[in-house]
Every structure is written in structure tokens, then in C-alpha cells.
Design a protein around this ligand. Structure first.
Ligand SMILES: Cc1cc2nc3c(=O)[nH]c(=O)nc-3n(C[C@H](O)[C@H](O)[C@H](O)COP(=O)(O)OP(=O)(O)OC[C@H]3O[C@@H](n4cnc5c(N)ncnc54)[C@H](O)[C@@H]3O)c2cc1C
Length: 440
């Protein structure tokens, strides 16, 4: 049904980046204005339908599946204003982080921290608690200072710590379940450069000195390579040094050929003949040491061509070594052949009710499997380890939890539920995934 000449509306299908989630036969709306967002919600309520906004479809879970009305925000992606005195930016919800980063850089500004890609939209990224690494830095949602939302009654509400604070806190990681985010205001910092050191380390030695690595580096992460005793480490530190990027050839070799095409070929081979994986894995840590320096947004985000499925758990930081060692033992005892590294990152706590780092300093352990391979047995084994640390799954990455198992893991669970009941009592913004993880 056409509710406005500028809104596309037709029966369409949709699938996410990894290709493991699909929506069929849904009505597609591509709004360009906030007024159109309101009209969509009014139309949905009047016809008793559910609404789902999607960003770039980079969630692995069914969180982004529209069941009736799909709101694609790719035409609602402008920067509304940049305030250089306060170091803030306000942008429409559908802006991709890659576009936002460019605009910020041109204005001498940058986001404080980012995840490892920048394909996500700002609203999608915050809604699932997307984060990067750095024990003194939080996830992206905690960089938000204000939101403008279209609620189920089609009203537009401004919220921040100073007004509608409870809605603001909950909607920063709202799983798309509280309303349509219209605009997002972020606290930024002056643009900065990062000095990078990438090098393999023996994993046992690395774990012995883990606290030091995490505390001494602004942004520390590592990738343990299953079937080997090696980890690939990445240390990013803020610097006033001038940029000294990798040469184009080294960049292409390391970031495009090795991390994507060669790695993709190794994954394909491993999927065809899993027993080859342990031998193939031994080639990974031989990538040597790289040292370079570049603008922060270029360092944080990388290119991801090889498709995979992922599960990621946030656990208390102090449990990291024990939990990872249990994963290592499980892998060697299980006979799984794993062609993707296990990624480990760290963040500071925040106070956002459904943030995966809510009220605790966190370590994140992420496991991946090449697209097309059966992830269930491996992910379930890892999940059962994470359960013993009150692990919180990334809302956009695969897991097998439900509202009952999740509620005790979030000290402010009831606050979120109270706000949800208030702003969306009829569950206009629900889908099957939110029914499972939040309850009906
Ligand atoms: C290759 C790859 C790398 C990744 N790297 C990281 C990483 O480093 N760190 C990390 O934490 N995660 C990472 N992720 C996960 C990713 O950041 C999240 O899944 C993120 O939510 C995806 O953003 P999106 O724009 O694609 O949102 P989608 O997946 O499209 O949507 C996610 C949620 O946001 C909601 N939403 C979107 N727009 C709105 C709106 N306007 N109003 C209300 N709700 C809205 C949707 O309804 C849905 O509930 C990665 C994923 C992939 C595929």
C-alpha cells in the first residue's frame, strides 16, 4: 500500500550480510524524512502490523528480520549538524559508519572507538551494543548523548541524560524494540592517529601477561588460532606521530590478499576437506610483524570479504584467561576442525541496561565459522562455557539464549522491560527474535 508518494512500498524479500536470515513477502518502505517515519508507524498501528527498521543487515541473529513492514533507512542517512565547539555530531539513523567517519575526519573529529568494520549504520550499531576494544573505552552506544525517536504512538521524542533519561538509557541499546530511532547525537573527540603493532605471540605467554597487554595498550586485541599455540595480536595506541601508512603494496598484500582472498581460499579448502584445517591453520601465524600509523577510523575498521557466522560473549574481564583456556581445551578434546581464529577484546563498563558491558568491565570472546558450515555444535559448546561466567551474548551475533536465561545476567533488566511496556505496550516493534530474548 502506498502511504506516501515518496515511500517505496512493495512485497519484497530481504536477507542479512551472512545470508543466514531471510524475510519474505514484507512491505518495504524507504523513508527520506522523519515525517515519513511517523506515517509508517501510524500506518502500521492502524493496520495492526509490526514494524522493523533495518540498517546494513550485518547482524547474524534474526534481530533484523521484518515480519510485515520493513523500514530501510538507506535514504535517511544525512549528517544533520556538526558542533565543533562541543565535539558532537547529529546524524540520521541510517548513516553508515564509513560515511560518518569521512565527514568527521573532514571536520577534524573522530569517534572515540569503533568496532572492526564500518559498514554498519549508526542506529544498527548501537541497537545491538556494537563495540571495539580498549579497556578504557566503551562500546558505541555509550558515545551517544542524545536520540530522537519515533514511538509507537507516532510521537517524536527527544531523549538524553537530561530529558526522558530512562528511555534514553534503554534505547541506546534497544534491539530495535522501543521505537524507530530518527537521529543520533554522538560525543566525539578531536581526530587522532593510531600507531599499530601487529605480531604473532605464543598464546600461553600472551595469557600469562594478559593484564599487562590490556592495561598498557589503548586498544588491545588478539586472535587465537585454533589447532596452534599461536595468537595474532594487535596493539593500537593513540599517538601524535604523523601518519605512516603501510605501502599500498604491503596493505594490499596483508589486508586484501592475506586477510581476505588467501584466507577465503583456505576456508573454502577447509570446508571441502575439514581434516586439512589444522595443517592450514599453521600457516596463519607466519604473517610476521607489521608496524604502521594512520588516522584512527582507517585503523579500527577493516575490509571483510570472507563471509562467516559468528557468536560473541561478553564475560567479566577477570574470567577471560580461564574461559579462553577452557575453550582451547574443549577444541582439542572435541575433534572440531576450526578454520577461523577466536577473537578476544576488552571494554570498560557502562550503565546502559542492555549493553553487553552493563555495569562490568568486560572481555569479549568471539567464535566464527566459515559460511555454509554447521556452526551449531561448536557454538553450543562455547556457549555452555560462557554460561558459567554469566556470559552475555552480542545481540546481533548467534546464540541460543532466551529471556529467562538472560534476565539474571543484566542488573537493569527490569528497567528495560518497564520502559518497553510503557512505550510499546502492543509490541509494534517486536519480531520473533525479540519475543525470544525479551519476552512477549
Ligand atoms: C563482518 C562483520 C563484522 C562485525 N564486527 C563487529 C565488531 O567489531 N563489533 C561488534 O560489536 N559487532 C560487530 N558486528 C556486528 C554488527 O556490528 C551488529 O550486528 C550491528 O548491529 C550491525 O549494524 P547494522 O546497521 O547492519 O544493523 P542491522 O543488523 O540491520 O540491525 C540491527 C538492529 O538494529 C535495529 N535498527 C536499525 N536501525 C534502527 C532504527 N533506525 N531504529 C530502531 N532500530 C533500528 C534493527 O531493527 C535491529 O534490531 C559485525 C558484523 C559483521 C557481519
Amino acid at each position: 500500500m502506498n502511504i506516501d508518494a515518496e515511500i517505496v512500498s512493495r512485497k519484497t524479500s530481504w536477507s542479512n550480510w551472512a545470508g543466514n536470515q531471510r524475510a519474505e513477502d514484507v512491505s518495504l518502505f524507504r523513508p527520506r524524512t522523519e515525517e515519513q517515519l511517523q506515517k509508517i508507524v501510524r500506518h502500521a498501528v492502524a493496520s495492526n502490523k509490526r514494524v522493523k527498521a533495518v540498517g546494513s543487515g550485518h547482524s547474524f541473529t534474526a534481530i533484523g528480520i521484518a515480519e510485515e513492514i520493513l523500514v530501510d533507512l538507506s535514504n535517511y542517512d544525512a549528517v544533520v549538524s556538526v558542533d565543533k565547539a562541543r565535539n558532537t555530531v547529529t546524524a540520521q539513523a541510517g548513516i553508515q559508519l564509513s560515511k560518518l567517519n569521512q565527514v568527521l575526519h573532514q571536520n577534524g573529529l573522530a569517534m572515540q572507538n569503533l568496532g572492526d568494520i564500518a559498514y554498519q549504520t549508526i542506529a544498527g550499531a548501537i541497537s545491538t551494543s556494537t563495540h571495539g576494544t580498549g579497556i578504557n573505552f566503551t562500546g558505541i552506544a555509550n558515545q551517544v548523548t542524545a536520540l530522537r525517536m519515533v514511538l509507537a504512538d507516532s510521537s517524536v521524542v527527544d531523549c538524553s541524560l537530561d530529558s526522558n533519561a530512562e528511555l534514553f538509557n534503554c534505547a541506546r541499546v534497544g534491539l530495535g524494540a522501543l521505537g524507530l530511532i530518527s537521529t543520533v547525537t554522538l560525543q566525539l573527540v578531536p581526530a587522532f592517529n593510531l600507531k599499530v603493532i601487529e605480531e604473532p605471540m605464543r598464546v600461553d605467554e600472551l595469557l600469562t601477561n594478559l593484564d599487562r597487554h590490556v592495561s598498557e595498550n589503548d586498544h588491545f586485541e588478539f586472535f587465537w588460532v585454533p589447532h596452534t599455540g599461536w595468537a595474532l595480536t594487535k596493539r593500537n595506541n593513540r599517538t601524535t606521530d604523523a601518519v605512516q601508512p603501510m605501502s599500498r603494496l604491503s596493505h594490499w598484500y596483508s589486508k586484501t590478499l592475506m586477510e581476505n582472498y588467501a584466507f577465503g581460499a583456505v576456508c573454502l579448502l577447509g570446508r571441502a576437506k575439514p581434516s586439512l584445517i589444522p595443517k592450514l591453520a599453521k600457516a596463519l601465524p607466519s604473517s610476521g610483524r607489521n608496524e604502521y600509523c594512520d588516522a584512527s577510523y582507517k585503523i579500527f575498521a577493516s575490509k571483510r570479504i570472507v563471509k562467516f557466522y559468528e557468536m560473541e560473549y561478553a564475560i567479566p574481564r577477570e574470567a577471560c584467561v580461564e574461559a579462553l583456556n577452557r575453550v582451547r581445551r574443549m577444541v582439542s578434546d572435541s575433534g572440531f576442525f576450526l578454520n577461523f581464529p577466536v577473537e578476544v577484546r576488552f571494554t570498560a563498563p557502562d550503565e546502559i541496561p542492555l549493553s553487553t558491558a552493563s555495569n562490568r568491565e568486560s572481555a569479549y570472546i568471539a567464535v566464527h565459522i566459515y559460511k555454509g558450515m554447521n556452526y551449531v555444535p561448536y557454538f553450543k559448546e562455547v556457549e555452555s562455557i560462557m554460561n558459567s561466567y554469566q556470559g552475555r551474548p552480542h545481540w546481533g551475533k548467534l546464540h541460543f539464549q532466551n529471556a529467562q536465561t538472560l534476565a539474571p545476567r543484566y542488573p537493569q533488566w527490569d528497567v528495560f522491560q518497564g520502559v518497553r511496556n510503557l512505550v510499546d505496550p502492543n509490541r509494534v516493534f517486536s519480531n520473533r527474535y525479540t519475543e525470544i530474548v525479551l519476552g512477549k
